[in-house]
Design a protein around this ligand. Sequence first.
Ligand SMILES: *[C@@H]1O[C@H](CO)[C@@H](O)[C@H](O)[C@H]1NC(C)=O
Ligand SMILES: *[C@@H]1O[C@H](CO)[C@@H](O)[C@H](O)[C@H]1NC(C)=O
Ligand SMILES: *[C@@H]1O[C@H](CO)[C@@H](O)[C@H](O)[C@H]1NC(C)=O
Ligand SMILES: *[C@@H]1O[C@H](CO)[C@@H](O)[C@H](O)[C@H]1NC(C)=O
Length: 355
Amino acid sequence: MMNISKLTPWFLFLSLILLSDYKVRGSISPSSERPQEGGIFGFKPKALFVFGDSYADTGNTPLIAASWRFPNGITFPGKPTGRFTDGRVSTDYLAKYIGLKTPIVYKWGRYGQPKGLVKKGMNFAFGGAGVFETMFKIVPNASVQIDSLERLIRRKVYSPADLNSSVAFFSIVGNDYLTYDRRNGSEQGRPALIRRVVKQILLDVKRIKDLGVRKVLVALSPPQKCLPLLATPRGCDTNDTSTNLHNSLLREGLTKLNDEKINKNAKSFIMFDLHNAFATIFKNKGVPGVSTFLEPLKACCPTKRGKSCGDVGLNGEKLYSLCKDPKSFFFWDNVHITDQGWRSVFSLLLPDSQF
Ligand SMILES: *[C@@H]1O[C@H](CO)[C@@H](O)[C@H](O)[C@H]1NC(C)=O
Ligand SMILES: *[C@@H]1O[C@H](CO)[C@@H](O)[C@H](O)[C@H]1NC(C)=O
Ligand SMILES: *[C@@H]1O[C@H](CO)[C@@H](O)[C@H](O)[C@H]1NC(C)=O
Ligand SMILES: *[C@@H]1O[C@H](CO)[C@@H](O)[C@H](O)[C@H]1NC(C)=O
């Protein structure tokens, strides 16, 4: 066992990161046109690289994080895995869609071992990340996550051919805005922030492509006002101006990148429309044949503000409550999505697949 006093800084970091309205969002949505062969990518990728926040993180956060504690992981695999959910997250479902195993987390694969696994890609996503520095200061932002891939390429862990048969998933969907709110950013300043964030996302995804990755799937923002953290008992607006501005700028930017000469026939950037998926699930209270969420804006594992599912007090008392049946909830905690929630999102966005 580790000496607890040594862990104190991590606890602080944790409670900051993990649950002080730790907001992470991610999204995957394919464009409507879907090639017959090879699914949304048009070919069968041999490797998957992931950049993002807790919606995509499969265990990069330190072991002291609440995501490594009960009841996270209770649905699958039955114990905590570092994911902020009861089961699988977006990365797992995307890997399954592609026909790959969930990529190894950077934390374990950074030294290029084990080789077989590393060749199938890597997950650089880290809970709390944004494109800029967030309130979780030591969390690597998207640029730093991309630097990590670049370093592995320089060390020849990935060849140009490996990269040319790989795809990336970029899913940074909310911590930059959460941080702005936390710092009492003004409403007048918000559109300028959204422009800066989208501009940086576009630089980031272009950089991933320029490293040699064949296609990049980019998450649009889910409805920003509809987390249990922010939604009111009367519901929430899935058509709010901030989310709309973010997504319309991002669509526009990605379309422009796809139209550049060098990408002309490649359609290198694919949109993953989390907004559409979330809004549809809220409206229909689930996905027919897949899930039923009678109260889609309610969390299975709600906490007080500033706490995370899995947090315990000094005397070991739980700082969360837990629902009976996570399968009937879309949201896991005040911010994150359940396994069944992600399955529903993927069933909607990649409708010809079995999840
Ligand atoms: C990302 O983080 C690094 C290290 O803290 C920092 O140097 C860099 O400016 C950040 N990138 C952006 C786009 O803010
Ligand atoms: C990547 O692979 C595709 C399909 O085989 C090929 O058309 C393209 O020229 C390759 N690009 C590079 C940079 O090797
Ligand atoms: C934001 O505003 C709240 C309430 O007015 C205040 O308590 C808090 O200290 C402010 N935070 C920052 C970072 O300015
Ligand atoms: C969303 O709101 C805009 C105006 O802000 C409106 O033009 C548009 O029709 C709305 N979309 C939906 C689906 O309600």
